[in-house]
Design a protein around this ligand. Structure first.
Ligand SMILES: Cc1cc2nc3c(=O)[nH]c(=O)nc-3n(C[C@H](O)[C@H](O)[C@H](O)COP(=O)(O)OP(=O)(O)OC[C@H]3O[C@@H](n4cnc5c(N)ncnc54)[C@H](O)[C@@H]3O)c2cc1C
Length: 388
């Protein structure tokens, strides 16, 4: 049983505690035997199941209620819980939010009702298409163009590393509309997967596989009404979306770390070495202490960022960056210690600890690499220091 004491922290109210219990029970009942052989089919099945159970309602605003907001603490609780049970289920859940984040935060009523009713019920899958071969960290350097032509925009260029690429029904795509150089000349568009001119150029494989693709846009025409927000607002919209979802990446890392700690606690209390449980060896206790500290410190940073956002902070870039940097880097340490404590089993293909070791790595790269989070933290800390 995982440590639940964090739910008593003042960041939460009773509805969060109840949500955490329900999510844990659902995950235990539904995610024990997720098939990782056919990723596309499994992800579609997971989205359908998450939709049927109502969990996807948390990933986007309710189009029927103009006061509806995304509750970041609920998103984080769900991601932490799903990641603790199954990484692919967390991925399937997270993409429904990231892929539609721009619509939830900046979409018109018509855009929300066209897409969010479907993504919140698992009837459509979504994807977030920002990165390009020459602009991953350097978002302002996006080369893909969107050229106005009458009542339409025509998209030309390439996107890469697009999660859900190949299985998504809708992509939110960032492209250069050229109002100004660099970051101020980008806009974002809703592009249904069946739009002529949008092709899956290549499927990509990574160490912890999930559907991932490089996309080619060749004369891909969308109506001007497909733009989210105004021309030139793309960069600001992308950063606002990441401001919400970065804390949730940290929450997923926390879920992986908590699973590694839980299974390590079972291992060291059940396995005997030199005539006594491993847990009596002081160096083992040293590992357990480090792991428990990393997990709690990560949880504090994750739920602080989420609480701040839910309590009306316009931007939480510094806090979300701290949460993502710390939780992902330290989850890597926690999982590495879990591998050590599990001995040979820790590197045995198919063992949960071996899969966590692979799952955690990409979280330190996507949605802003760890180094980029340091830049964000330093920049904001220096700005804040001017007010001293
Ligand atoms: C599994 C996976 C899923 C992904 N899913 C998506 C998705 O759904 N949608 C999407 O748009 N993108 C996605 N990405 C892309 C991801 O966001 C980029 O890979 C990431 O932003 C890094 O960009 P890059 O790979 O081009 O590396 P680069 O930008 O070339 O960076 C390489 C390294 O340089 C260092 N670095 C970068 N900037 C700085 C700096 N300012 N100071 C110091 N060091 C720095 C970092 O260590 C970084 O890892 C995904 C990537 C992966 C691996």
């Amino acid at each position: 049983m995982s440590d639940r004491s964090f739910l008593q922290w003042p960041f939460f109210d009773d509805s969060h505690r109840e949500l955490a219990d329900r999510a844990d029970q659902w995950a235990a009942a539904n995610l024990a035997n997720v098939d990782h052989a056919d990723l596309d089919a499994t992800c579609k099945r997971l989205v359908a199941a998450l939709g049927e159970a109502g969990w996807l309602e948390l990933t986007a605003v309710d189009p029927r209620d103009e006061n509806s907001r995304i509750d970041v603490r609920s998103l984080c609780i769900l991601r932490e819980t799903l990641a603790r049970h199954n990484g692919l289920a967390d991925f399937a859940f997270a993409m429904q939010g990231l892929g539609t984040g721009a619509i939830s935060l900046f979409g018109t009523a018509a855009q929300k009702s066209e897409w969010l009713n479907k993504t919140r019920t698992g009837k459509a899958l979504s994807a977030f298409a920002l990165s390009e071969p020459a602009s991953g960290s350097d978002v302002a350097n996006i080369a893909m163009t969107a050229t106005r032509d009458g009542d339409d925009y025509v998209l030309d260029g390439e996107k890469t590393w697009i999660s859900n690429g190949g299985i998504a029904d809708v992509y939110t795509v960032f492209a250069r509309t050229g109002e100004a150089p660099g970051a101020k000349g980008l806009s974002v568009f809703i592009v249904p997967a069946d739009t002529p001119g949008l092709e899956i150029a290549e499927r990509l494989e990574v160490v912890a596989p999930h559907p991932l693709a490089r996309l080619a846009f060749k004369g891909c025409r969308v109506p001007a009404s497909a733009m989210i927000g105004k021309p030139g607002e793309g960069f600001r919209i992308a950063m606002s979306v990441l401001d919400v979802f970065r804390s949730t990446v940290a929450a997923a890392a926390l879920g992986f770390a908590r699973r590694a700690l839980d299974d390590s606690l079972d291992r060291v209390t059940e396995r005997e070495l030199f005539g006594a449980p491993m847990s009596e060896l002081q160096m083992v206790q040293g590992h357990i202490a480090d792991m428990a500290l990393d997990v709690d410190a990560s949880a504090l940073l994750v739920y602080r960022a989420a609480w701040l956002k839910d309590h009306g902070a316009a931007r939480v870039s510094r806090e979300a960056a701290m949460a993502k940097l710390y939780a992902t880097d330290h989850a890597q340490d926690v999982i590495d210690k879990a591998v050590q404590l599990h001995g040979g089993d820790g590197v045995r293909k198919g063992h949960i600890i071996e899969s966590l070791y692979r799952e955690i790595r990409a979280l330190r790269i996507y949605e802003g690499a760890s180094d980029v989070q340091k830049v964000v933290i330093a920049r904001q800390t220096l700005i804040n220091s001017k007010g001293r």
